[in-house]
Ligand binder design. Structure first.
Ligand code: PMT
Length: 221
């Protein structure tokens, strides 16, 4: 078989949710299982790339022992690891579902039940993918994901441009058996110059091959 042009290339992947602590027993999170990041990491390693997977809380782990897995909990942790690893990576694939906000203060003690209503002050988390986009050189290739519920294509195009991406993998919560947790996903690739490629519902392992095939075709550095 033809050798992959990803062989020996450093690839940085994010996956899974982030958990943002409210108090010692509670957090703000989301339904990402981490499967997508783990499957992408395995596919990259199987093609001979040097993979670092920055993985939020997930019960999944890569099968390929060559994957360097760095486990993180919060968006701030994930951001630190990405900041330390992006400049010497050739390719970034950011599939994590990062919490956009975190509690302004984590309570030291468990918050007690009191009045009928309560609220928590939130502050914005860094946009990790957008940061990588601002740092990207002409030799680097950056892939983002977008999970949308409405105006999918329009919102995704906005993310591609704003975050300076080479490829955006769009999935919709409106598609059955797609997105969080499932073993399958249905995606659309969005690329600069209005290029749009639709895929059928398929196993996430096969989706990962589609993504890596696209990167192999585009990546020439
Ligand atoms: O883990 P699974 O159960 O397999 O589920 C996979 C998935 C549904 C989580 C995945 O396919 C997916 O869509 N991931 C991105 C989900 C998301 O948070 O999308 P978004 O539109 O909010 O973010 C857009 C992009 O910016 C993503 O690449 C995200 O990683 C990145 N981002 C967002 C916010 C932030 N603070 N930092 C980021 O890096």
């Amino acid at each position: 078989s033809i050798q992959s042009n990803l062989k020996g290339k450093k690839i940085l992947i994010t996956g899974g949710p982030t958990y943002e602590s409210i108090d010692p027993v509670r957090f703000i999170g989301n339904h990402s299982s981490g499967k997508t990041g783990v499957i992408l990491a395995d596919e990259c390693a199987n093609r001979g790339a040097a993979v670092t997977l920055v993985l939020g809380p997930s019960i999944h782990s890569p099968l390929n022992p060559a994957v360097n897995v760095i486990r993180v909990t919060t968006a701030a942790d994930m951001f630190k690891v990405v900041q330390a690893n992006w400049s010497d990576s050739s390719i970034g694939i950011f599939s994590a579902a990062v919490a956009d906000y975190r509690p302004a203060n984590m309570a030291i003690e468990k918050i007690k039940k009191k009045s009928d209503e309560m609220s928590i002050d939130l502050v914005k988390n860094p946009d990790i993918l957008a940061w990588a986009g601002t740092q990207k050189t002409s030799k680097q290739y950056l892939v983002g994901f977008a999970l949308e519920t409405n105006n999918e294509i329009e919102n995704a195009r906005g993310k591609l441009d704003r975050k300076n991406l080479d490829l955006l993998v769009l999935n919709s919560l409106r598609d059955k058996n797609a997105g969080f947790g499932y073993d399958t996903n249905k995606v659309t690739f969005i690329k600069p110059n209005n290029i749009l490629i639709n895929f059928e519902l398929k196993q996430k392992s096969l989706m990962a091959k589609d993504i890596l095939n696209e990167i192999e075709t585009d990546f020439t550095a």
